[in-house]
Write a protein that binds this ligand. Structure first.
Ligand code: UT7
Length: 323
């Protein structure tokens, strides 16, 4: 059967780092509060003139190098972002041009923090139909540009970054033992819009706006909704939580991640946690975590990975990947 196999990943974090001590000089907060409530220690902030496309290109170059593929091999670029360079064109097309790719399709996917799981699912479907052969799937964000830096309830939680993977069509024989994306599952429920949104946009205010969030509500719903979709995807594939080698969740808050892992019965030593170093980078957080765990040798070929995310919309989703 045709499968989309991840053959390389890459990541990029901007150079400038803001630690919690520096945050406490900007707003009324403390290192202790931020660590206790979120596990976050530092976040990376894009430099002036450094855009989402720049972060995406750096991560994509890393993924291509790791996959031993070049621009000429890629016929699909999907960029998950909710902080595009411009209202249009899609930032994916800027990335495509910067990488020197002049064939195939390129477009953005906007599903906020679930963006990478949505993008992976769409790319997988496009590859399995045979329409495309090799895809770059990227999550890249510059949330520093949409934060209200005077609102301590949100500005301490987010950062900038990018991560990318290269997917390649392969013929795999075994259903569950074969490499590649085994299954994805996507959900959305627009009734929760007011709990997490940006209060601007081209059609409404003609401004970019700022991120607004009812943190406690999002927290409760995340811990409630994510285990449900994970149970569904595992059940449909005939798998159990104990079959998972690595849990690679969206990195929003260490407490949400560990509460979710506990609910699912996934032991903590199987959880990839990077939120301490880069805070919530929205659609970039899963590929950033993947890149870290592949680079340090934890994730190895043949391992079964569970990816999951939940974010504005609300949107949420999960993916099962045989590395
Ligand atoms: O990717 C999805 C996007 N978002 C998320 O995943 C975020 C989900 N939510 C969360 O991570 C957590 O709800 C927060 C980290 C945002 C907040 O943690 P919490 O335990 O739910 O705290 P809280 O909102 O109940 O606030 C507790 C107190 C409040 O003071 P009072 O009302 O008890 O006096 C806040 O005003 O902490 C106060 N507070 C702060 N204090 C110091 C809120 N932000 C800060 C801050 N520093 N930065």
């Amino acid at each position: 059967m045709r499968r989309s196999v991840i053959i390389g990943c890459g990541a990029y974090l901007p150079k400038r780092v803001i630690d919690n001590a520096e945050m406490s000089r900007l707003v009324d907060t403390t290192d202790e509060w931020i660590i206790q409530r979120t596990g976050i220690k530092t976040r990376h902030i894009a430099a002036e003139g450094e855009f989402t496309s720049d972060l995406a290109v750096a991560a994509a170059e890393g993924a291509l190098a790791r996959a031993r593929r070049t621009a000429a091999d890629i016929d699909l670029v999907i960029l998950a972002t909710s902080t595009p360079d411009n209202t249009f064109p899609a930032t994916a097309t800027t990335v495509q041009a910067r990488l020197g790719i002049d064939q195939g399709a390129a477009f953005d996917i906007h599903a906020v923090c679930t963006g990478f799981v949505y993008a992976l699912s769409v790319a997988d479907a496009m590859i399995r139909t045979g329409a495309h052969r090799r895809a770059l799937v990227i999550g890249a964000e510059t949330y520093s540009r949409i934060l209200d830096w005077s609102d301590r309830t949100t500005c301490v939680l987010f950062g900038d970054g990018a991560g990318a993977v290269v997917l390649e069509a392969r013929e795999e024989e075994a259903e569950l033992a074969g490499r590649g994306i085994l299954a994805t599952k996507l959900r959305a429920d627009g009734r929760h819009k007011s709990k997490l949104y940006v209060d601007g946009g081209p059609s409404t205010t003609q401004t970019t706006g700022h991120l607004r969030m009812e943190g406690k509500e999002v927290f409760k719903l995340a811990v409630g909704m994510v285990p449900g979709i994970v149970h569904d995807i595992l059940g449909e594939e005939g798998l159990k939580a104990s079959d998972i080698d690595w849990f690679v969740p969206h990195q929003a808050n260490e407490r949400i991640i560990l509460a979710t892992a506990d609910k699912l019965g996934i032991p903590r030593e199987k959880v990839i946690l990077t939120v301490a170093d880069h805070a919530n980078t929205s659609s970039a957080s899963i590929p950033l975590a993947l890149d870290r765990a592949v680079a340090d040798g934890r994730i190895k070929e043949g391992d079964l990975l569970l990816l999951e995310a939940m974010g504005g919309g609300f949107t949420w989703g999960a993916a099962l990947v045989r590395w």
